[in-house]
Design a protein around this ligand. Sequence first.
Ligand code: NAP
Length: 288
Amino acid sequence: MNPSFKKAFVCGWPIAHSRSPQIHQFWLKQFQISGSYEKIAVKPEDFVNFLQTIKADGYCGGNVTIPHKETALACVSRTDDAATKIGAVNTLWLEEGEWVGGNTDWLGFTANLDECAPGWDKPEKLERPAVILGAGGAARGIVYALVMRGFKDIVLVNRTIEAAQRLALDFSLPSPVVSLSDLDQVSGDLSLLINTTSLGMDGKQPLPDSVVRLIGRVSKKTIASDIVYIPLETEFLAKARHAGLVSVDGLGMLLHQAVPGFQQWFGVKPEVTSKLRNLVISGIEGHK
Ligand code: NAP
């Protein structure tokens, strides 16, 4: 094989649904880089061994997705600050023969808002609460992103209150956490309303009435963002749009989180363009 040929991967279980190959293969072709990016199905019990064999097979790095993100954190020789604080690794690369892990999900989230809702973190926005629906793995990256951009009043809302309490404690969030069933107690004077729950994914599971009511009564200056991107316009985003809110879909987060990984492995910083976005959308629509 050509010695300059570079190989990267995305691994998960299941992995068939991953859009990452489409994104990285688009950039490889655009920059005429001699390299590959492929998806590899890895069962949870095989992940540790996989990291060893993939190194021997000449891969320079890759992405890690569900359910391996937390295991990856424990397997690498070093993590970046984001991965350490978030408690999960989504990007791997080799340094002197050792795996290093980073987390770029939060960068994807912030870059997407920078692009689609410029000014979302300006000083007057930081004075109002940001409400996050959900307290799962993805919510951890969103909390990190908001803390990094200066938000102090971050309100976690979750069906299982204990998960929200744990997350608030991990990030020393001063605001009280709220159960999804008590959402009517939350003020509508918000800067951000972010859905990180899997509600709305694949058009399944309707939004709880309390969320619909909140969308209807928040300030019109509230920015609504959903990190779910299949469908592209979730029920949450459709309701936000009808309520006149600026609404930001989750696909941009997926596209932007891929940028640092590509740069790390292939040495070129790519851009998220409308051509790439449309390519991924056509893939999503083709699999409805
Ligand atoms: P996760 O760890 O499984 O967390 C799921 C969250 O959704 C939990 O807060 C859970 O609440 C809540 N939830 C699930 N079903 C619910 C229901 N019926 N009613 C109320 N709450 C419910 O998943 P995750 O890794 O955080 O991912 C969440 C979503 O984000 C997924 O759809 C994923 O595809 C998407 N995502 C997108 C990106 C992107 O780049 N755009 C990146 C990462 C993830 P409980 O704690 O009560 O169970």
